[in-house]
Write a protein that binds this ligand. Structure first.
Ligand SMILES: [Zn+2]
Length: 308
C-alpha cells in the first residue's frame, strides 16, 4: 500500500478509489460506480498503524443518509458498524490476531440500503509479517508446571475470562482515544515468545509496564468492569468492556479498587500495581482484545477516536 500523502490509486479489483495518507494507513473507498471526486455515496475509511499480526483496525463508513445498517467481515469475524464518536459515521473495531498467518486477506463491507438493497464492498488487503521478540524467563516451578491440584482452578478461570469477554456491547462506551494506564516505560514485550525455564511455553499477549509497587493503575478508557478477580496466572486482574468487542485487561495488581458491574471513567484508578499471580516482580500487565483477537496496546493508543 502506498503511503504518499494525497496520492490516489485506483484499485481495479474492487473498483474503488483508494487513497492513503502519511498517517500510516488511512484508506478510503466509495461504492462502485460513483465518482470519488463527488460528495455523494457512503465512504469507507480504514485506519490502522500497520496491517500486521497484533494490530487493531478501525473501519469507518461515512453515511450519506442512505445507509440503514452495515457490517464488516475480516479474517473470519463479522462486526456491526455502530455510531462513531462525533456523529456522521458508523464504525467498527477489528483486530488482526497476534498469531495470524501473513498473506492476502479480503475485507467485505455489507451495506444495507433502503428498499432491501444490499451493497457488498470488497477490499483486498495483505497482512504483512511482523517479527516478535523472544526471551527466557525463570518462574517458580509451580507457575511453569502448575500442580495438578491447581488445574481445575486454572481451567475454570480461563473459562470465566473467556465468558467475561464473550458478550459484545453494541455501542462504543469509550471517551476519546485510549490512554496508557500509567506513564512508566514499558518492556516493549508485546508478542514476545517465552521460554519458561527453557520450555517454550507461551506467547506474551500483552505489554508490561514498569510501574512501581503500589502506584495507581488507571482505566485506559471508559467502560464497564466485567471482571475484578484474583486469578492464578494473572493475579489480581481487572477487565474493562469498552463496547464494540473491545476489552482491556490489567493484571498482577496488589489491590483491586473496582467491582464487577461498575462503570468506570477514562483515567479512573482501577487498582494498585503489584506482583500477584505469575509475575517476577512489580509491574502492570496490560492487554487488549478485540473480539477474540489479541492486539498490541501501543497500537490501541494511536487509534483516531476523536478528541478526549
Ligand atoms: Zn505481562
Amino acid at each position: 500500500m502506498t503511503r504518499s500523502p494525497a496520492l490516489r490509486v485506483r484499485m481495479i479489483s474492487a473498483a474503488l478509489a483508494v487513497f492513503a495518507t502519511g498517517l500510516g494507513g488511512l484508506v478510503s473507498g466509495r461504492l462502485p460506480g460513483q465518482d470519488p471526486l463527488q460528495g455523494s455515496g457512503p465512504v469507507i475509511r480504514l485506519s490502522y498503524r500497520a496491517l500486521q499480526p497484533g494490530e487493531p483496525v478501525l473501519v469507518f463508513l461515512e453515511s450519506d443518509g442512505t445507509v440503514r445498517s452495515a457490517s464488516v467481515t475480516f479474517l473470519g469475524r463479522t462486526a456491526e458498524l455502530r455510531p462513531a464518536p462525533g456523529g456522521g459515521s458508523v464504525f467498527a473495531f477489528l483486530g488482526i490476531d497476534l498469531q495470524t498467518e501473513p498473506g492476502p486477506a479480503s475485507m467485505t463491507i455489507k451495506v444495507h440500503k433502503p428498499g432491501g438493497l444490499v451493497e457488498n464492498i470488497r477490499k483486498d488487503l495483505v497482512v504483512v509479517e511482523r517479527k516478535f521478540p523472544s526471551t527466557k524467563l525463570q518462574f517458580k516451578p509451580e507457575y511453569v508446571t502448575p500442580p495438578a491440584s491447581m488445574q481445575e482452578r486454572i481451567k475454570r478461570e480461563a473459562e470465566l475470562v473467556a465468558l467475561a469477554m464473550s458478550v459484545v456491547t453494541p455501542e462504543w462506551l469509550g471517551e476519546g482515544p485510549f490512554a496508557a494506564p500509567h506513564d512508566a516505560a514499558t518492556w516493549e514485550n508485546f508478542g514476545q515468545r517465552r521460554l519458561n525455564n527453557s520450555v517454550l511455553q507461551s506467547l506474551h499477549t500483552g505489554l508490561d509496564i514498569r510501574v512501581p509497587f503500589g502506584e495507581p493503575i488507571r482505566a485506559s478508557n471508559a467502560g464497564a468492569v466485567v471482571m475484578a478477580s484474583s486469578l492464578y496466572f494473572g493475579g489480581k486482574t481487572v477487565i474493562i468492556d469498552h463496547g464494540l468487542g473491545v476489552f482491556s485487561t490489567y493484571g498482577h495488581m496488589s489491590e483491586l479498587l473496582v467491582k464487577r458491574g461498575e462503570t468506570v471513567k477514562k483515567g479512573q484508578t482501577v487498582g494498585l500495581c503489584g506482583s500477584t499471580g505469575r509475575s517476577t516482580g512489580p509491574h502492570l500487565h496490560w492487554s487488549f482484545k478485540i473480539f477474540d483477537t489479541r492486539v498490541d496496546p501501543e497500537a490501541m493508543l494511536r487509534l483516531p477516536l476523536g478528541p478526549t
